[in-house]
Design a protein around this ligand. Sequence first.
Ligand code: DGT
Ligand code: CA
Ligand code: CA
Ligand code: ZN
Length: 579
Amino acid sequence: MPVHNSEIADKLNETADLLEIKGENQFRIRAYRGAARTIESLSQDAAQMTEAGKDLSELPGIGRDLAGKIKKIVSTGTFPLLDRLHKQVPAGLRDIMKVSGMGGKRVKKMFEALKVKNIDDLKTAARRHEIRELEGFGEKIEQSIIEGIERMETAKPRMPIAVVDEIARPLLEYLSREKKVKNIDAAGSYRRRTETVGDLDILVTCKQGSQIMDRFTKYENVEKVVSQGNTKSTVLLRSGFQVDLRVLPQVSYGSALVYFTGSKAHNVAIRRIALKKKLKMNEYGVFKLPSGRRKKERRIAGKSEKQVYQTIDLSYIPPELRENRGEVEAAKKRKLPKLIELDDIRGDLHVHTARTDGKYSLKDMVEAAQRRGYEYVGVTDHSKKVRVAHGMDKKRLREEIRAIDKLQKKVKGITILKGIEVDILEDGSLDLPQSVLKDLDFTVCSVHSKFKLSRKKQTGRVLKAMDNAHFSIFAHPTGRRINEREPYEIDIEEILRGARERNVLVELNAHPHRLDLNDRGCKTAKELGVKIVISTDAHAAGDLDSMRFGVGQARRGWLEKKDVANTRNLKQLRRLLKR
Ligand code: DGT
Ligand code: CA
Ligand code: CA
Ligand code: ZN
């Protein structure tokens, strides 16, 4: 077996880490890391190069000494220096280095002073506040270590729903081309439209299980077949993403769909209801238990989801609600919301053009909105304070207003609403004077700076901004970016109450990396009577398609058509925008 470049790089990186923990010479450590990077970025196998007699020391960042060591790794698969280091440095110390903020020096110090040998020790030391007592550490570092551990423990690579969408759609299409396939659905969190998805769970009914399994494992994007059977197979795609495929009998399909759509908490809740009715419920069906003369259990439902829910006296629960957050009780009382649908949306109220950081002209964006059949589109380029190129001052906003007037005369069937995405400054004022804001149809107001303010200050800043009579919509309310940036500290409930009092609308930003407000926030907004606007924050024509992710999130937040402002016709919308 040839040694892969990634394995060589791993060994070099590990060596560097262990040397660092030992407190070795910085240059030496850096040399190992540099060599690892070089090897990783090679377009051919270092193993093959050595075999062909090439001199690795000609590569950037690899000297004679390292070239010799790599040659040794390649030819023997072992690395004596690393083996020696393993004997000197406890294995757990390297894990500690993966906690954000923990370099070799800190690891070494904690090991020597506190005998911290692994993550568990680190946790204990932090909880006992021993770390802050160490020289050069202090309370802040201790706190950030605790947070780092928490982040690491909850981190499992989950993909944003939009990315999974790009994976799932062609794969489902490919599988359904197998003629014997009758039903096919993607279940799991993907069907519930959660903002990120851990793995994809596909269910099919198919006369011949082996045939669809063969097709599945031969899919061009499959990197590795983890397991292949007649009823269940698992593969890893090139992206590292896992897909499970299950083949089911027709009579169980509905039950399987319920079971594998989840969530787990929802499944537990409905099974409890079945049990109260003396029914057994699993992925194969709903069964009457043996009683009296009948020795065998009897299947009374399983073919369709509807039938399954009906059998336990619940109305059909849409997948997006299946989180055990009150939907089971509501289904029992026939009080489920009638969730909003993509077709209910009549316009987009957060759209950028090339005047600021968009990629398309005003005309292109308006035409794209028209193609979607929208009744109106709100153009909202950036104000100046935000750190994007070409933010608008008063003069350039006037130019934008004139350009919209001019274009409106030419286009028919869609109304262009004049807006702006205006920054909320630290003191709660807006980035442009009232004298020009008053000439707009509406504003989208956002926090793009000073994310680190205290919860109280951040909340106060936004509430103060909402006092401005020209504040229409609070954009991406928590500022989080999925997998990238935590929300800033803000009291969302207080913000929502403030919005309600002032008749301000709140955005559900449909950008798949934002989806902000999130599902829980939407539900709270609805309960408090705050109207939501679902907007795409489009920077290109194709971005308008993100609306479906926003609607998915809105459905998870129990929103109905009436809860969402941009389901209204233009006249009604104008009334809502007026405060
Ligand atoms: P993910 O993949 O982490 O985004 O989330 P899910 O919900 O797709 O979870 P996954 O793929 O582990 O399992 C798919 C569904 O199968 C899950 O939503 C509910 C069901 N399921 C899995 N394990 C269990 C279990 O132990 N008990 C019950 N009742 N249901 C389970
Ligand atoms: Ca899953
Ligand atoms: Ca799964
Ligand atoms: Zn924007």
